[in-house]
Design a protein around this ligand. Structure first.
Ligand code: CU
Length: 210
């Protein structure tokens, strides 16, 4: 009898886990459009794919046309409040008219930096090691598996009332060469140098057809 109850309980737990995970199961893709290409000196392009299957989220980014030999920050951004969908900023986002759309100027369209695509996305640490480095040709490929329950828990703590909701988010690639001549009007995140956070590509996460 005890054994049967245990089995039933285990089956129930499995069903619950499967039910919880299936709500997020799916694939979302991004096609990147370049940003600040004149400043970066090249047109960033590429794709990203988020695949949620059971308890695992697999994040993949394939980029070209990025500044060679440097680390490129990459994240999905979104609105921390409400249910608005993010969009990629247009040229009119350059509100201070310095010819550059900096990180802060992306916020009205795209919201805030949410989840980092580096070695440990569930840490939610934006300033961290483990972001990809572009090769000599300015290309890189990044792939990382993340525990969805861990990420969901960390996300809920960082952004109360929000869920991952990939379909409402956008992905940015960042980073131009350290010596890039940027006007003082270019804003960044806290103490992070502006060349590190400068957006070089953006794309909307779109649910892929099943
Ligand atoms: Cu970002």
């Amino acid at each position: 009898m005890t054994r049967m109850l245990t089995t039933l309980a285990a089956a129930g737990a499995l069903a619950l886990a499967a039910g919880a995970a299936s709500a997020e199961d799916g694939t979302w893709t991004v096609e990147f459009m370049p940003m600040n290409a004149d400043t970066a000196g090249s047109e960033a392009a590429g794709t990203a794919t988020l695949t949620a299957a059971g308890d695992t989220l697999t994040i993949r980014v394939d980029a070209t046309g990025t500044t060679p030999g440097i680390v490129h920050l990459q994240h999905f951004h979104g609105f921390a409040e409400g249910d608005e969908s993010s969009t990629c900023p247009g040229l009119d986002a350059d509100t201070n008219d310095d010819g550059i759309i900096d990180l802060i100027e992306t916020e009205p369209a795209a919201g805030t930096t949410m989840v980092p695509f580096h070695g440990d996305p569930a840490s939610m640490a934006i300033e961290a090691e483990g972001y990809p480095t572009a090769d000599d040709e300015g290309a890189y490929s990044y792939e990382q598996e993340v525990s969805l329950p861990d990420l969901e828990a960390a996300f809920a703590e960082a952004f109360p009332g929000q869920e991952l909701d990939f379909g409402r988010r956008v992905v940015f690639l960042h980073g131009v060469a350290e010596g890039t001549d940027l006007p003082d009007t270019v804003q960044s995140l806290g103490d992070v140098p502006a060349h590190v956070t400068l957006p070089i590509a953006c794309g909307v996460l779109e649910a892929a057809a099943e």
